[in-house]
Design a protein around this ligand. Sequence first.
Ligand SMILES: O=C(O)CCC(=O)C(=O)O
Ligand SMILES: [Fe+2]
Length: 313
Amino acid sequence: MSEQALSIPIIDFGPFIQGDPTARQQVAAQMREASSQWGFFYLANCGMPQASVSEAFQASKDFFALPDEIKQSVAWQNAQSNRGYVGVRRERLDPSKPGDLKEAFNAAPEDRDASAARNLWPADQPEFREHVETFLSDCITTADRILEAFAVALDQPDNFFVNAHDLHHHTLRLLHYPPLPEGFIAEQGESRAGAHTDYGSITLLFQDDAGGLEVCTRQGEWVQATPIPGTVVINTGDLMHRWTNHVFCSTPHRVNVPKAAMHRHRYSIAFFCHPNKNANIECIDSCTDASNPVRYPPISAGEHLLQRLNATY
Ligand SMILES: O=C(O)CCC(=O)C(=O)O
Ligand SMILES: [Fe+2]
């Protein structure tokens, strides 16, 4: 492993939340550097209430332990709504590989866009719904702060990204990677999650201590994103890559199975941020100059997402 391989940046977000303008600029500059070099970083002191995170993980464990018929009662229907339960092997994040060895539950904020699809909640599980909804709301608050820092990082008005995301077209995804029997991966070439990039603007990723997340460096080397307690992993996705005219990376990542963790469960939770479906995604002015001319025509965020989802299912 190279020097760089050891150093997915860790950024302390505390000074940004506390509000001193110089400190905010410094945090934003670190985020800019990390997003240009890695497209991935750990954020410490991001402001998420610890109880909310713990309750969401517990709710996730309880949900995935339910009988299959209950989970199937809220089965995922289509890319347009993109809510509900996705069973093991249903999704291929890397289309050249067999289905991923994971199950998932997608939910989305319902507070802003009355025309959006509704969440699918299993009957008689009021605590599950309550904890997921609380967590969703905390993720929105946290994501807005992070988006504010990204705007500062790109010399835009503080609310540049927050305004473009104000319909909350985000997706929350609970993920469960079941324990695997011996020899399974070697025989079939499956993984827990195939190599992929995320589609949206930014992703907040909460992981348990099982490990397995790997990130591809710009040099093409796979590096472990070892869980660090108290941090959330932030990555910039395809839409941000396009919006910033390639200034920020959309970095391939995957979930492999470390031998030591093969026989245990892994849980993670991803919050995928997406701009309003009708937001016009057009090269940000600070991201182009003579050496980096505009690379893409404008596209709506909704059109961009549908193109990516249809390629995955
Ligand atoms: O479970 C993880 O750690 C990563 C999941 C992921 O990358 C995704 O669902 O897009
Ligand atoms: Fe991902």
